[in-house]
Design a binder for this molecule. Structure first.
Ligand SMILES: [Zn+2]
Length: 308
């Protein structure tokens, strides 16, 4: 158990569904805050046992065969966190407590340990204990649709929000909660860029608004520019080699948009008060904006437990 009084002033908690979600969705944000002295805690809810395997030599680890992918992905996640400079990563309820539920509607949703079947308060209770220990001022998770509808992402949202509510009732809930998002203007720019390309990740999409994570620009609260961390994010993604093939469209977009695609991440603010920001629509450029610890030097110790 960490003694919160020895942690840095700024403490950021991320709640993700599977190993690799942290890197793809929030890798630059994590690397940015870790590099600037904040304490970054990653909680991953499942081992990602139902993932596809893109490394042929490891194909027999699959759930339907040896069912060893989850254990293997613990190692991939550890390597990704090293690339991001994040030392504090945990699995909700301990590694293996909750199983990857697979895509919506599959029989794997019904597995007795499937995260989709988790008792909400029990699962949230595991996260409350981490909040009690770390006292994060800022939490990042997904919106109510889990960004794109995967059951484990929806459940991660529910568990994170319930835990914040329970912790708030005890006086140590996060002051700000962000959900991952993509601004409509950014998606439209990407679609325009790739139109007609043989490698178009948006093929079949007519309007950006068809994408479940498309968010009107005025609803975005924060734009985290961590372009100086784009290489860390790409290294973290490459650590998840079973999940992200070398020829993934993620890397082809990165090749086209470079540090802008890899290094800039966007959020909506679900709980808390928006702080000052200099972006369009007053977008914040710091998730701690408006909090007493924002932009302050990281002093240690922080003083009485529960200060925020
Ligand atoms: Zn996922």
């Amino acid at each position: 158990m960490t003694d919160v009084t020895t942690l840095p002033d700024r403490r950021l908690l991320l709640v993700h569904a599977h190993p690799d979600d942290e890197a793809i969705g929030t890798g630059s944000t994590m690397a940015h805050y870790a590099a600037t002295g904040a304490h970054v805690t990653l909680v991953t809810c499942t081992l990602g046992e139902e993932g596809e395997i893109h490394v042929p030599a490891l194909a027999q680890l699959a759930a339907a065969e040896a069912d060893q992918l989850g254990g293997y992905r613990i190692g991939e996640l550890a390597a990704a966190c090293r690339a991001l400079g994040v030392a504090d990563h945990r699995f909700l309820g301990g590694a293996g407590r909750y199983r990857d539920s697979g895509m919506m509607g599959l029989a794997t949703n019904e597995h007795p340990r499937a995260f989709w079947q988790a008792d909400l308060d029990e699962a949230a209770g595991h996260l409350v204990e981490i909040m009690r220990e770390i006292r994060p001022q800022v939490m990042i998770t997904y919106d109510g649709n889990g960004f794109y509808g995967h059951p484990d992402h929806i459940q991660a949202h529910r568990v994170a929000m319930r835990a914040a509510e329970l912790a708030g009732a005890e006086g140590f809930g996060p002051a700000k909660i962000y959900w991952t998002a993509m601004p409509q203007s950014v998606l439209e720019a990407g679609m325009a860029h790739f139109a007609g390309s043989s490698d178009n990740p948006f093929v079949g999409i007519e309007e950006a608004t068809e994408l479940p994570f498309c968010t009107p620009d005025p609803q975005i609260a924060a734009r985290i520019d961590a372009t100086d961390q784009h290489a860390a994010k790409e290294a973290a993604m490459r650590a998840h080699a079973t999940q992200i093939p070398d020829n993934s469209w993620l890397y082809s977009i990165a090749g086209n948009f470079g540090s802008e695609f890899m290094g800039v991440e966007y959020y909506t603010l679900a709980v808390g008060e928006k702080g000052p920001g200099s972006g369009p629509y007053g977008w914040e450029d710091d998730l701690f904006a408006g909090l007493a610890v924002a932009d302050g030097p990281d002093r240690s110790p922080v003083g009485a437990a529960g200060s925020r």
